[in-house]
Design a protein around this ligand. Structure first.
Ligand SMILES: CC(C)(COP(=O)(O)OP(=O)(O)OC[C@H]1O[C@@H](n2cnc3c(N)ncnc32)[C@H](O)[C@@H]1OP(=O)(O)O)[C@@H](O)C(=O)NCCC(=O)NCCS
Length: 199
């Protein structure tokens, strides 16, 4: 029934409706987002070093975004996470963001949805006063947005990572200039319900 309604909605959508929109993620999107990530990145996605930064944390405020199709379905996702990007020369933690995962529904690839998600995330992060964004991903994709390995060269992920895939974008000039050391999660934690012991 839901599928029939979706077809009807699509048929009657005004011709001027854009093929997708970038929107804030809501709690109602979580199941669709997780299913999309499983399809795009596979079941091993939780074993990545980036997951150590995300585990049991909320994304950075206002920085969980989705792409929706004309009927509101989630067809893309990106989230950013609060981190400390090592410490400065004075020994102060350097606040930054870690981007990822980014994924787009395979049937919609190559239509600019991934780019729109990354650009919207950069704009929103800037607006919120963040100084830099880091990520682990393909340089050949992310360099177009200004992410480069050089900016992250004195930083390390908390686990195995490929140096050439560890990239950074400064939102404020020189933000990572003397940042060195390990990426540490600094986002708000959520508590898992305590496990009951059955006796
Ligand atoms: C990577 C991904 C998010 C791109 O989304 P998308 O909506 O297809 O991207 P866009 O339409 O904005 O950009 C398409 C362009 O990026 C290029 N591109 C896509 N993935 C790429 C990659 N991994 N490395 C280099 N270039 C890539 C395409 O060739 C295309 O190039 P063109 O503009 O010269 O034709 C999407 O393919 C995806 O979800 N992949 C699986 C999950 C994944 O790999 N996530 C990123 C982790 S690094």
């Amino acid at each position: 029934m839901a599928a029939v309604l979706d077809v009807v909605r699509a048929l009657f959508a005004p011709a001027s409706t854009p093929a997708f929109v970038i929107d804030r993620e809501t709690p109602a999107d979580v199941v669709a987002r997780e299913a999309l990530l499983d399809r795009a990145l596979g079941a091993d996605r939780s074993k990545k070093s980036s997951e150590k930064v995300r585990k049991d944390r909320f994304p950075a405020q206002g920085l969980a975004l989705v792409a929706r199709d004309r009927v509101g379905h989630v067809i893309g996702t990106v989230r950013l996470w609060n981190i400390e990007a090592g410490v400065s020369r004075e020994g102060q933690p350097v606040d930054a963001l870690l981007l990822g995962p980014l994924a787009v529904d395979a049937a919609r690839e190559g239509k600019g949805i991934g780019s729109a998600l990354v650009r919207a995330a950069i704009v929103e992060a800037k607006k919120r006063g963040h100084g830099a964004i880091l990520l682990v991903g393909d340089a050949s994709y992310y360099e177009r947005f200004g992410f480069f390995a050089k900016k992250a060269r004195h930083l390390v992920m908390p686990g195995p990572f490929a140096r050439e895939r560890f990239l950074a974008l400064e939102l404020k000039a020189g933000w990572l200039h003397d940042a060195a050391g390990m990426i540490v999660a600094s986002g708000r934690k959520f508590s898992r319900p305590a496990q009951r012991t059955v006796v």
